[in-house]
Design a protein around this ligand. Structure first.
Ligand SMILES: *Cc1c(COP(=O)(O)O)cnc(C)c1O
Length: 431
C-alpha cells in the first residue's frame, strides 16, 4: 500500500528520506530560466530518450585524451586503463545490469548495427520457416531492420513479417495474444523479436515467458532492450533468450549516440554460427598473428568487428559504475514508488485531463508513463509545449503521446508533483 500525498511537504520529506538521493548530485541537471532571469534545475523526465550526464564523465574522457597526447600508440598498453582491454572494463557492470554472465555481453557499435549482426546469426530462414514476428507499431529501426533482412534472404515481408496487433484497451499486448499468434504461425516463424519495454506505450514484457513460448515452437528469440536496460532489472541469462541488443544513451546515461551493447546466450558461446566477422572478434590470443583464418573469440566478444572507440566507452564506463554503486534492485524499488507516485497524481489530481496508457501493474512497466491528453492531439501538443517552456522536459511521440519518465538516479518525488502542478496551471490558464 502507498502513503502518497499531493503536498510539497510530503514530497520533500520523501526525497529527504530517500537512500539514493545523493546520486542526483552526480549528474548535470540541465538548467532552465525560470522567467525572472534565474537559472533553476529543469525537471528532467526524458531519461527514456537521452539520460543525463554523470559529472565524472568529463574527467574520464579528458583522461583518455591526455593518455593519447602523452602516450600515443603506447596508450593501448599503458595508462590506468589500457585501450587494448578497455571494453572489458565495462563488462562486469554491464552483465550485472542485464542479468548475464560476463562472457554473454559486449559493448560495441550501436543498436541498429547490433540488431543486424545478431540477425545474421540468428535469423536463418528456410522456405518452410522464414517469418519474423514483431509487435505492430514497433520502433522504426526494428521494423526496417527485420523487413530488410527478410528481403535480403530473398523472402517477402508481405508474407513473412508478422506483426502482432495489440489486444488490450490501451493498445498494449497480452501474453495470450502472443501465444495465439504463435499457435497459428509458430511453425513457420524463424525469429521472434520483441522489445523489453515498448517505446511508445511503456509496456514491459515478460522475457522469460515469451522465450519459453517461442522456443516451444522452435523459433529463435531476440529482444530489443533499448528502453529496458538500466530501467528494469533484467535476468537475460535465465530468460533463455538467444540474443538481445540495446543502446546506451537512454536509461544507461552513456551519452548522445553512445556505444551500444549485445547479449548472446552462453549456449551459443562456442557454437559455429554464421556471422559477419571482423578482426576484433577474432580469438584474442592469436588476433595479432594477423592470420587469414577467422577464429572467433568465445562468447559475445566474438561478434565484435572493430577496435572499439575509447572516447565513446569512457562515458559509459563511468555511468555503469554509478549503476554498480546504486544497484539495480534499489533503483527498481525507488522507481516503482516514484512512477507509482506520478501515476497516483495523474489519477487523483488530473483525471479530467490526462489518461495513462502504460499498464498500471508495476511488473508490466518500467519508469516511463505514456500519457494522452483526453481532449485530443492538439490539446496534447499544446500541453507538451507548455511543459517544455516551463522547464518540465518530457518528450512527444506521434500521434498523441507525452512520455514522462521519472528516473530513480536523478528524479525526485518533488519533480512528479511539479509536473502535476504545471499541468493544472496550464489547464487553468487555457480554460
Ligand atoms: C532508441 C531505439 C532505437 C535506436 O537505435 P539506434 O541504432 O541506437 O539509433 C532502436 N530501437 C528502439 C526500440 C529504440 O527505442
Amino acid at each position: 500500500m502507498h502513503d502518497y500525498q499531493a503536498s510539497a511537504a510530503w514530497a520533500q520529506a520523501r526525497d529527504a528520506a530517500d537512500p539514493l538521493r545523493h546520486f542526483r548530485d552526480e549528474f548535470l541537471i540541465p538548467p532552465h530560466e525560470d522567467g525572472s532571469g534565474r537559472a533553476v534545475d529543469s525537471v528532467y523526465f526524458c531519461g527514456n530518450s537521452l539520460g543525463l550526464q554523470p559529472r565524472a564523465v568529463r574527467e574520464a574522457v579528458n583522461a583518455e585524451l591526455d593518455y593519447w597526447g602523452e602516450l600515443g600508440v603506447e596508450g593501448h598498453f599503458k595508462g590506468r586503463l589500457p585501450w587494448m582491454d578497455y571494453h572489458e572494463f565495462l563488462r562486469d557492470d554491464l552483465a550485472a545490469i542485464v542479468g548475464a554472465q560476463p562472457g554473454e555481453v559486449v559493448t560495441m557499435n550501436t543498436l541498429g548495427v547490433n540488431l543486424h549482426l545478431m540477425m545474421v546469426s540468428f535469423y536463418r530462414p528456410t522456405p518452410a520457416r522464414s517469418a519474423i514476428l514483431i509487435e505492430a507499431g514497433a520502433f522504426p529501426t526494428d521494423r526496417y531492420a527485420v523487413e530488410s533482412q527478410i528481403r535480403f534472404h530473398g523472402f517477402d515481408p508481405a508474407r513473412d513479417l508478422i506483426e502482432i496487433e495489440p489486444d488490450e484497451p490501451n493498445g498494449t499486448l497480452s501474453l495470450a495474444a502472443i501465444e495465439q499468434v504463435l499457435a497459428e504461425h509458430g511453425a513457420r516463424t524463424a525469429l521472434v523479436m520483441l522489445p523489453g519495454v515498448q517505446y511508445r506505450n511503456g509496456q514491459a514484457f515478460d522475457l522469460a515467458a515469451i522465450t519459453a513460448l517461442a522456443h516451444r515452437h522452435g523459433c529463435k528469440v531476440g529482444f530489443d532492450l533499448a528502453h529496458a536496460v538500466g530501467n528494469l532489472p533484467l535476468q537475460l541469462h535465465d530468460s533463455g533468450a538467444d540474443f538481445a541488443i540495446w543502446c546506451s544513451y537512454k536509461f544507461l546515461n552513456g551519452g548522445p549516440g553512445a556505444i551500444g551493447g549485445a547479449f548472446v546466450h552462453a549456449r551459443h558461446a562456442n557454437a559455429v554460427l554464421p556471422r559477419f566477422a571482423g578482426w576484433w572478434g577474432h580469438d584474442k590470443a592469436t588476433r595479432f598473428q594477423m592470420g587469414p583464418e577467422f577464429i572467433p573469440t568465445a562468447g559475445a566478444d566474438g561478434w565484435q568487428l572493430s577496435n572499439p572507440p575509447i572516447l565513446a566507452l569512457a562515458p559509459l564506463r563511468v555511468s555503469l559504475e554509478v549503476f554498480r554503486r546504486a544497484g539495480m534492485a534499489r533503483l527498481r524499488e525507488k522507481s516503482v514508488r516514484l512512477t507509482g507516485y506520478l501515476e497516483w497524481l495523474v489519477h487523483t489530481q488530473l483525471n479530467d485531463l490526462l489518461h495513462v496508457v502504460t499498464p498500471e501493474e508495476p511488473e508490466r512497466r518500467g519508469a516511463q508513463l505514456s500519457i494522452r491528453v483526453t481532449d485530443g492531439r492538439e490539446r496534447g501538443r499544446a500541453l507538451f509545449e507548455y511543459l517544455m517552456q516551463h522547464g518540465i522536459i518530457g518528450d512527444w511521440r506521434e500521434p498523441d503521446v507525452i512520455r514522462i519518465s521519472p528516473v530513480p538516479l536523478y528524479n525526485r518525488f518533488a519533480d512528479c508533483l511539479a509536473f502535476a502542478h504545471a499541468v493544472r496551471r496550464w489547464h487553468d490558464a487555457s480554460a
